[in-house]
Design a protein around this ligand. Sequence first.
Ligand SMILES: Cc1cc2nc3c(=O)[nH]c(=O)nc-3n(C[C@H](O)[C@H](O)[C@H](O)COP(=O)(O)OP(=O)(O)OC[C@H]3O[C@@H](n4cnc5c(N)ncnc54)[C@H](O)[C@@H]3O)c2cc1C
Ligand SMILES: NC(=O)c1ccc[n+]([C@@H]2O[C@H](COP(=O)([O-])OP(=O)(O)OC[C@H]3O[C@@H](n4cnc5c(N)ncnc54)[C@H](O)[C@@H]3O)[C@@H](O)[C@H]2O)c1
Length: 474
Amino acid sequence: MGKILKPDICVIGGGAAGLSVAAGAAAFGVPVVLVEQGKMGGDCLNYGCVPSKALIAAARQAQAMRQAGAFGLVAAEPFIDGERLRARIRSVIEGIAPHDSVERFSGLGVEVIQETARFIDDRTVAAGDHLIRARRFVIATGSSPAIPSIAGLAETPHLTNETLFEFKHVPRHLLIVGAGPFGLEMAQAYCRLGTRVTVVEKADALSREDPELKTIVLDAVRAEGTTLHERTVIRSVERAGDGVLLHCEHESGPLGIEGSDLLLATGRAANHAALNLGAAGIRHDAGQIHVGADLRTSNRRVYVVGDAAGGLQFTHAANYHARLVLQQILFRLPAREIRDIVPRVTFTDPEIAQVGPTEDEARASFGAIELVRSDMSGSDRARTDGLGRGMVKVVVGRGGRILGAGIAGAGAGEMINLWAFAVANRLTLKHFRDYVAPYPTLSEIGKQAAISYYSPMARNRFVRSAIRILRRFG
Ligand SMILES: Cc1cc2nc3c(=O)[nH]c(=O)nc-3n(C[C@H](O)[C@H](O)[C@H](O)COP(=O)(O)OP(=O)(O)OC[C@H]3O[C@@H](n4cnc5c(N)ncnc54)[C@H](O)[C@@H]3O)c2cc1C
Ligand SMILES: NC(=O)c1ccc[n+]([C@@H]2O[C@H](COP(=O)([O-])OP(=O)(O)OC[C@H]3O[C@@H](n4cnc5c(N)ncnc54)[C@H](O)[C@@H]3O)[C@@H](O)[C@H]2O)c1
């Protein structure tokens, strides 16, 4: 038997969640062992956020070339070189990789073991020839693409986020299954890169988003050329020549859709099968580890963070989880996950972002709410920059409290920061009315929304008579 290690914390998984826990603990001088079986940086760096946003950035440039005529320049149809595109995505990943590397973490004082971890009892993990008996364990094993059960899929070549960004050519006609954030971001990006794109969604596209806001996004994505079939069930799939044929069922009848390549964007499944959770007395079922709002499992020594926790699946949620868990382990202070303060952004163009409940969710939870909206057409900056439609929609509770906010439009992902700050700090629209927004910025439309909330006051008879009285004093 190999080495027995006895750190304070053993972190399993070196993606965004695990690295944040390890770095945070090491910064306080706490002994940490990190076990990672694959690439340091996990999904976000290697197969998720970073390559997808690099691809989207290239697609945005291509679209800007086509649309240059609107700015008084000569428009051009871009030449798309698949090899160079792939090389650029690779170089962006390589530029960030040192930050997540074994070398950096070893330098921080973390002992990194590059093996697969599994529990052998309620306080011991085996990884290669190491046994790790830690005071606390943090499961940060992330998630993998959920593969739907569709007849013929196993025999038909298909891509997922784990293979898409290594793909050698730009597809001729990409069929995408799933119109969640991943499916739609990729649909628009590939469409802009000259691919014909068809998306098949069994329910509604962007189903979590506010209907009024997501219409702005879906109209734009469709207008650029993506074909989107919603409420369409795929019965089977087969190879057709060099390509793929989907046999679908829509309310209007059967539908055959043929394309050159197939991408699955059908959600995620948490990774825990290899962990041997039963040996550690950790309650779970096939889909999920049972975990409380404190991110603790039924084995009180063991926490779960990031995608493995099965709730919010974002890199910033993983970082937030890391803070909550460190607060409990290092300082023995209670901490609970508050999902309403965690924003989400889908990086289509226009973007869509939300923090806190949407209108429908807020009505279901709070009953009486108020809404304020502000349209991007009122923004001078949107005009100078030739931007399309956009809207800020704020869900307001008692006393003007900001319960949630949704934004569709260019820059929504940046603008949501201010609203996320407001929701986390329980601010009211008065705070938004009173701060000064620089001109001309898109964020001004948020302030405009706050002003519109208070504008009925200008017509209030008591306010008006108070002003009349004060005027008499000179
Ligand atoms: C295409 C795509 C785009 C995305 N874009 C965004 C975005 O723009 N913004 C955003 O916030 N989020 C985005 N996400 C989500 C984000 O990538 C994830 O929420 C985040 O990576 C989760 O981090 P994690 O550490 O929980 O898991 P992961 O990054 O999956 O890391 C888990 C690690 O654990 C390791 N592991 C698993 N089992 C074991 C074991 N038994 N032993 C040892 N190691 C193990 C794995 O090898 C992996 O490295 C995107 C996801 C995808 C798929
Ligand atoms: N900008 C971002 O933050 C961003 C971007 C991409 C991905 N992500 C994250 O990555 C993960 C994966 O994203 P996603 O969009 O794949 O997941 P998702 O679960 O949000 O969406 C999957 C979609 O696929 C549909 N679907 C599932 N099975 C289907 C089938 N058989 N036929 C047709 N449609 C089917 C679902 O109805 C759903 O709309 C999520 O956790 C997401 O949060 C985040």
